[in-house]
Design a protein around this ligand. Structure first.
Ligand SMILES: Nc1ncnc2c1ncn2[C@@H]1O[C@H](COP(=O)(O)OP(=O)(O)O)[C@@H](O)[C@H]1O
Ligand SMILES: [Mg+2]
Length: 290
């Protein structure tokens, strides 16, 4: 089995502009291992959603290659579950029907009954046990986003792509949903790529954090291998000696927007990829750690 579930190679995205093409993202090369959780962090407008929407198959790259599970991405597919900032549920259908709509008859769930069980199982796992009959308007924004996450998992995709899924929620709801996501991912071993601008969220969830440089022509400024053991328990990980140094490095990167702390000199000297222990451009080095 190919250990790489996602392969992005020299991804480039341009939009036409009056003064010539505007390069939004360039030279974005990343491999994500099967079962790995990768967060992409960067300033607003740098091109995070652009990369993710290409992975989702909702936007076409200008050049480069996008491969998921060994197949070139040519459009959206059920191999990739997606979650956005808000769940966009169909307002005239119950929560359960919204989920059933997403679960097609296949694999172990052929009958409507079996699909219903699948829907109920994932509703329970996001803390919405017994609320399948509710209409979306009866739910809070946080509950609707839970349904969005349940829907993405209920499709049972190999890959989950999340674009700032918790950014519109209050802190307590965000924490709860992050915990549900951690549990669901641990249970199902999905491969996940999630965009966030929250460094604490990235440190809680990710195996690796991809730092995008500021646009235009944004690219990968560096990759942090998160130095925290799993399972990660909120509160507990704050006590880990590696937590605050890692957090400071992420924040320093975000402040500078272009270079990684402590890596520039080494990069210049070696004329090579970043070699600082925590950061790397080379995902291969870390396969054994996963
Ligand atoms: N359809 C489009 N046409 C032209 N420019 C776009 C289009 N979509 C996004 N952009 C530009 O691409 C840049 C990156 O956008 P986006 O990927 O949404 O950033 P992020 O998700 O990091 O906030 C922004 O400057 C945005 O204005
Ligand atoms: Mg975005």
């Amino acid at each position: 089995m190919d250990p790489w579930m996602i392969e992005l190679w020299k991804l480039r995205k341009e939009y036409p502009a009056p003064t010539g093409p505007a390069v939004i993202v360039k030279d974005f090369t990343l491999k994500v291992g099967t079962g790995e959780f990768v967060c992409i962090i960067g300033h607003s407008g740098c091109g995070k959603s652009t990369v993710l929407s290409i992975l989702m198959g909702l936007s076409q790259e200008t050049s480069g290659n996008v491969v998921v599970a060994g197949k070139e991405v040519t459009g959206p597919g059920r191999d990739r579950g997606v979650v956005f900032q808000s769940a966009a549920l169909l307002p005239w259908m119950s929560v359960r029907d919204n989920l059933l709509l997403a679960i097609e008859p296949r694999n172990g769930a052929h009958t409507l009954d079996e699909r219903g069980q699948l829907a109920d199982r994932y509703l329970t796992q996001v803390g919405l046990d017994g609320l399948g009959h509710c209409m979306p308007e009866e739910l809070s924004a946080g509950m609707r986003q839970r349904v969005g996450i349940a829907r993405a998992f209920a499709v049972e995709p190999q890959v989950l792509l999340l674009d700032e899924p918790f950014s519109l929620l209050d802190a307590l709801t965000r924490f709860e949903l992050q915990d549900h996501l951690v549990q669901l991912c641990e249970r199902t071993r999905k491969t996940v790529v999630m965009v966030t601008h929250d460094v604490d969220e990235a440190l809680l969830l990710a195996d690796r954090i991809v730092l995008m440089t500021n646009g235009p022509a944004a690219t990968i400024g560096g990759i942090m291998q998160v130095p925290l053991p799993r399972p990660r328990i909120r509160g507990k990980i704050l006590e880990h000696p590696a937590y605050y140094p890692a957090r400071d490095q992420l924040l320093s990167f975000l402040e500078s927007g272009t270079t990684l702390p402590d890596t520039k000199k080494e990069e210049e000297e070696e004329d090579d990829e970043a070699i600082y222990p925590t950061f790397t451009h080379d995902a291969h080095e870390h396969r054994d750690a996963l």
